[in-house]
Design a protein around this ligand. Structure first.
Ligand code: GLU
Length: 444
């Protein structure tokens, strides 16, 4: 069986970490198996769907490195849905109903009041042709329901949740088409999965009940259903899916300087038994991807953890991967010296300014003799060899200073800061003349 997965967002907003995680898992599974990854735009709801969001979704997936093999749009497939509905109606698996939302709500309340499950009573199934004509003559338009088979238990082996069982008698026949002719998500998704030969449906566990209903739709349409994997939901570090987190958009991540591979590394692995490792390309994520590692408990997403993972990944990125985002002239040696101090690639510019800009930080009175000595020692040492160890050993013996008392004033004089990249790496980048000049300036 060839593996085909699909990511099926509704274009009603920007992607956020929750649905991005689903996209990543679908992509990883397709790539792991040499299969195809489909982007399906669920735009049956024309009013809420927005072309700008479609573009943004495609752009965000591209930014993340999720290459898409096929793109489909539900809005281009209404003929297919129409044909399938006709077939289901002819087979007695779809029927027209006329109850208004208020009428249905009343029925629900009555059932709940009697302590019974609020399942639709199928009153519309009993309507004859004459009654349909009468209702339509009154100006009522029908909506369509899918008739569940109550005699067949719904069962499947979920790739994450294990054996699943639902009692169809406890479920209402789902509405599949509204009275205005628009489609609800449920049936079109099944038709698409059949037509696009989708082998695995990977989505959040909020869809578990839908899967039960949809399995019967696959059967009613004479198709073998795909395998299902329902992943536990994503929650914030405080335990609930906070509003902020739920709406944490990819756009915000991009702006904050998060590397796409950091987001992928994090979202691929949280909620699984595998460690969240700093990786610089997706290969290890693809190779290790396995639904058996997915846990049932909600996956916790913590922004601080993402930031520190991002930093660890930045420390590993080779110059070739970032050169276009670095200040003009910043070479591989500069990058390697600076990289261990960065949390984001963009921060390299600050260090570049420090290396090449104007640093003016007058030393404290008691450090001035040290800096006078440092300027002289810098001029005296052999710059063909690594300069920093030579400078340090001279100053130790000349001044008797060691540790912080020695290093901090030198660092401040050269960088204007109390911490930063290894001085041994920085010194050759600042260069002999500039080093002497900075020591002298600080000595006053
Ligand atoms: N458009 C649906 C959603 O975003 C797709 C669900 C599915 O993957 O089948 O929830």
């Amino acid at each position: 069986m060839s593996v085909v997965t699909r990511f099926a967002p509704s274009p009603t907003g920007r992607l956020h970490v929750g649905n991005l995680r689903t996209a990543i898992h679908n992509w990883l599974w397709a790539r792991r198996n040499g299969g195809r990854f489909i982007l399906r735009i669920d735009d049956t709801d024309r009013e809420r769907s927005n072309e700008a969001h479609v573009d943004a979704i495609r752009d965000d997936l591209a930014w993340l490195g999720l290459d898409v093999d096929e793109v489909h749009r539900q809005s281009a497939r209404f003929d297919r849905y129409e044909a399938a509905l006709e077939r289901l109606a002819a087979d007695g698996r779809a029927y027209r109903a006329y109850e208004t939302a208020q009428e249905l709500e009343l029925k629900r309340k009555v059932l709940l009041g009697r302590g019974m499950p609020p399942v639709y009573d199928r009153a519309a199934l009993a309507l004859g042709e004459a009654e349909h004509r009468r209702l339509e003559a009154e100006g009522r338009r029908p909506h369509w329901r899918f008739r569940l088979d109550h005699d067949r238990p719904i069962e499947w082996q979920d790739l994450v949740r294990g054996p699943q069982h639902l009692d169809p008698g406890l479920l209402s026949d789902p509405v599949i088409r509204r009275e205005d002719g628009s489609w609800l998500y449920m049936l079109p998704s099944v038709i698409d999965d059949i037509d696009m030969a989708v082998s695995h449906v990977v989505r959040g566990e909020d869809h578990v009940t839908n899967t039960g209903l949809q399995l019967q739709m696959f059967e009613a349409l004479g198709a073998r259903p795909p395998d299902f994997a329902h992943e536990a939901l994503l929650v914030g570090s405080e335990g609930k899916l906070s509003k902020r987190l739920g709406s944490l958009g990819v756009d915000a991540m991009r702006e904050s300087g998060t590397e796409p591979i950091a987001l992928m590394a994090k979202l691929a692995r949280i909620g699984t038994s595998l460690p969240v490792d700093p990786v610089i390309d997706p290969t290890p994520l693809i190779e290790s991807f396995d639904f058996a590692t997915f846990g049932r408990a909600p996956a916790r997403f913590d922004l601080d953890e993402l930031e520190s993972l991002n930093a660890r990944i930045v420390h590993l990125l080779p110059w070739e991967r970032v050169r276009e985002r670095l200040p003009v002239g910043m070479g591989a040696a500069d990058w390697e010296a600076i990289r261990p101090n960065l949390r984001r690639v963009a921060d390299a510019a600050d260090w570049w300014d420090i290396l090449h800009g104007h640093v003016e930080k007058a030393a404290q009175e008691e450090d001035r003799p040290l800096l006078v000595a440092a300027a002289e020692a810098t001029a005296a040492i052999d710059w063909a060899d690594p300069p920093w160890p030579q400078l340090v050993s001279r100053l130790k013996s000349e001044t008797g200073r060691t540790g912080k008392a020695l290093f901090l004033p030198l660092r401040r004089a050269l960088t204007g800061r109390d911490s930063g990249p290894e001085m041994a790496a920085l010194l050759p980048l600042i260069g002999r003349e500039e080093t002497i000049a900075r020591f002298r300036a600080a000595a006053g």
